[in-house]
Design a protein. Structure first.
Length: 291
């Protein structure tokens, strides 16, 4: 195995996926400083060797790479451009990598500002949920400089399996929108399939044995449908964050002059679930709309 230089890394956001990614970085010998708004969430990571910082700016002091994975575009804006944001302590030669699913225009804004500071920037949203993060098999869609992509690829290999360069700044976010559009309509299909099978008196686990590996097969069918059968709605990916993603995709599609009725329907259904108090559930809770 080739020796890889250990990096000094700041990681902002220790949520469902972020915490698992940080564990992979620590396990591979990297020095990791973490910041999240609720310190208690970072304590298990501190026990594994991560160091706590009181702000993104502090976390990035004397580091080489900053990864960010937060909730909403407004959070991304604050983490980068705020009074205690990453750009306050970023130094020429550093690299910032936003893995939040966010707005392509914001990815370009971050890239432009980073360039003025001599900092390299990538937008690198991920797919694969909590399972992919735990197993180190995330799909990562990357926008920005190809040279920067090549430099940080060895680090991303610790937690990603399918890591693809998509193009210039913002391209990673656009690719993630393509991903979320497929999931949005696909989740409707998974839920309607299970609702139909249940009404027909079938054993749903047995049904999945047949359809998961056939032409209908999908990640959601293999990984989330079994949770639905068990009424397990714990979040691998929060409904509230998925609704945010769908809104970005709908806004971008409007700008491009295209209509996406399947996405619009899924957005409407998930919005209703939030109104009913299910925003903290995982996306598989769409099944509740059929009960």
């Amino acid at each position: 195995m080739l020796h890889m230089e250990k990096k000094r890394i700041a990681f902002i956001g220790t949520g469902v996926m972020g915490a698992s990614i940080i564990k992979h970085l620590l396990e591979n010998g990297h020095e990791v400083s973490v910041y999240t708004r609720t310190k208690e969430k970072a304590e298990p990571l501190m026990a594994l060797g991560a160091t706590w910082a009181s702000s993104p700016a502090e976390a990035f002091k004397n580091k080489e790479i900053a990864f960010t994975m937060v909730g909403y575009p407004a959070d991304v804006e604050e983490v980068y451009f705020g009074d205690n944001g990453l750009f306050q302590t970023a130094e020429s030669g550093n690299t910032v990598i936003d893995m939040t699913t966010s707005e392509p225009t914001l990815a370009k804004k971050i890239s432009d500002h980073a360039q003025r500071l001599g900092v390299e920037a990538l937008d690198a949203p991920v797919s694969g949920g909590d399972i992919g993060a735990q197993n180190g098999t995330l799909s990562i869609m990357v926008g920005g400089s190809r040279d920067t992509f090549n430099k940080v690829l060895p680090v991303m290999n610790h937690f990603g399996e399918n890591i693809v360069y998509q193009g210039e700044a913002g391209a990673g976010q656009h690719a993630k929108m393509c991903n979320q559009i497929v999931i949005a309509s696909g989740m409707i299909g998974v839920c309607e399939s299970l609702a139909y099978g249940l009404k027909a008196g079938l054993d749903l686990s047995t049904v999945l044995q047949s359809i998961s590996s056939g032409a209908a097969g999908s990640w959601s069918l293999s990984n989330l449908a079994p949770r639905m059968i068990k009424n397990d709605y714990a979040p691998g990916f929060y409904i509230k964050h998925f609704v945010k993603d769908m809104k970005i995709a709908l806004d971008e599609s409007t700008k491009m002059g295209i209509t996406l009725p399947g996405l619009a329907l899924a957005y409407e259904m998930y919005e209703k679930l939030i109104e009913e108090g299910y925003g903290e559930n995982g996306t598989q809770a769409l099944l509740k709309a059929y009960k």
